[in-house]
Design a protein around this ligand. Structure first.
Ligand code: NAD
Length: 443
């Protein structure tokens, strides 16, 4: 089949490459011509394990091409998949500007009947609105269109695995022939289809992310209590997770969830609830716990030492391991707090960051022009003279850092592990004062 994937970000690029891998002819369309050029040269504009090899393979096979020209992108394919961003507005609702622009482009270049598949996470009611918008803009007697909601559930860092092994394929729509056609796209994948109406499909996506965020905030709140009574939250979560009704997944206490999905999707659910006069009291608390988890962690640090004037080594600025995505990253949020607290110097180590410019949120200088955030790439000198190390992203390489050597080079050997990633016993035997998130330190 011939498919155009609109938007070549984390989701769109992964989807386009996987569809090519499934044997389809794919065009990836993005308004960002730099991204498009890179992709056509076989270079991913982001980090995602395993995806670059498949991109090279599919470019060579001639099954995929990227363009920033909307006309051929839209005219060439019967199936148009939308995977543009839907970031949060200031009021918490999802911003549909990019989706609207895509609808304009489709209306401008339509040349035959089309099926529009929505992969982007869009608020409940959007697919129906999209259909109405297109029906207003297009002569649908001449060019019939169908819209199918097909929310995406992949996780960054394991996006290829998730796309090739989907937990389920949700298809929301009103036209069974169009749904069947979209099913054919995935015919060679093993998946469970869930067919429903637009609103149910849209709500499945938001409720799933809301629930996963709830599991994280739940275990973080339990961690705050566990910390006071000397229970080890890792053991608590493991013991709970043995019950199949609970499951061990997403029960990781730490410094809160981040990334481009959970925070914005919880915000959109709360925004929708407010509009519809419904009270999502649990999700309000989920957001509150997440918003305050870093403050809780900073308090833990401050119970050991004052932050003013200190030098701190921060390990990790991506919101999770195996990605370069820093959107809503807890590591970035911690750095912001440390600056407010008057930390003198923040050294940052992250496998995906070699220059300050790659930290998109700050120049790293304070008002007086002093550089307070520095990127460090050399392991040897990274910890020299620091008062503490903060682990904020569970990158596997951090476990192999020269902790024993570092313990002799630091000003004071305090490690605050915001992700409960390191082994406390090992760290202590390497000479560190280890403090995690409720690791059973008796008060
Ligand atoms: P992204 O920001 O990485 O990519 C969006 C891309 O769309 C950008 O490359 C941008 O240039 C392009 N774009 C914007 N307007 C366009 C237009 N008019 N025409 C063509 N291209 C345009 O976003 P993402 O992380 O890939 O997320 C995309 C959607 O998928 C969002 O709705 C998100 O909530 C959802 N989603 C994301 C993930 C994830 O892990 N990133 C997982 C599931 C669902």
């Amino acid at each position: 089949m011939k498919i155009t994937v609109i938007g070549s970000g984390y989701v769109g690029t992964t989807t386009a490459i996987v569809l090519a891998e499934l044997g389809h002819d794919v065009i990836g369309y993005d308004i960002d011509s730099c991204k498009v050029d890179k992709l056509n040269e076989g270079k991913l504009p982001f980090i995602e394990p395993g995806l670059d090899e498949l991109l090279t393979k599919q470019l060579k096979a001639g099954r995929i091409v990227f363009t920033s020209n909307s006309q051929p992108a839209i005219m060439s394919s019967e199936i148009l998949m939308i995977s543009v961003g839907t970031p949060s507005n200031l009021n918490g609702g999802a911003d549909l500007t990019y989706v609207g622009k895509v609808l304009d482009a489709i209306a401008m270049h339509i040349n035959e009947p089309k099926i529009i598949v929505t992969k982007s996470t869009v608020p409940v009611g959007t697919n129906r609105w999209m259909k109405r918008q297109l029906e207003e803009k297009i002569d649908t007697n001449k060019y019939p269109i169908e819209v199918i909601s097909n929310p995406e559930f992949l996780r960054e860092g394991v996006a290829l695995h998730d796309s090739l092994n989907p937990s389920r394929t949700v298809l929301g729509g009103e036209n069974s022939a169009a749904i069947e056609k979209v099913k054919q796209l995935y015919a060679t994948l093993e998946t469970t289809y869930f067919i429903c109406n637009y609103e149910t499909a849209e709500m499945i996506k938001y409720a799933s992310n809301g629930f996963l965020a709830t599991k994280i905030s739940f275990i973080n709140e339990i961690a705050r209590l566990a910390d006071k009574v000397g229970a080890d939250i890792i053991g608590v979560a493991r013991g709970m997770g043995l019950d199949p009704r609970i499951s061990p997944h997403h029960l990781y206490a730490g410094i809160g969830y981040g990334g481009s999905c959970f925070p914005k999707d919880v915000d959109e659910l709360l925004h929708l609830a407010q509009q519809k006069d419904a009270n999502l009291s649990i999700l309000k608390q989920v957001k509150h716990i997440n918003d305050t988890q870093i403050d809780w962690f900073i308090q833990k640090i401050e119970s050991q030492m004052n932050l003013g004037g200190k030098r701190v080594l921060v390990l990790g600025v991506t919101f999770k391991e195996d990605t370069d995505d820093q959107r809503e990253s807890p590591g970035i949020r911690i750095i912001e707090r440390l600056l407010v607290k008057g930390v003198e110097e923040i050294r940052v180590m992250d496998p995906t960051v070699t220059t300050l410019e790659q930290m998109y949120w700050t120049k790293g200088f304070d008002d007086s022009g002093k550089q307070r955030v520095k990127i460090v790439t050399e392991q040897d000198e990274a910890a020299t003279g620091v008062h503490m190390v903060l682990l904020t992203t569970p990158w596997p390489q951090f476990t192999n850092y020269p902790w024993k050597k570092w313990a002799n080079k630091v000003e004071s050997a305090y490690i605050f592990d915001g992700r409960n990633y390191l082994n406390p016993q090992e760290m202590r035997s390497n000479g560190w004062h280890y403090i995690g998130v409720a690791r059973g330190e008796q008060k």
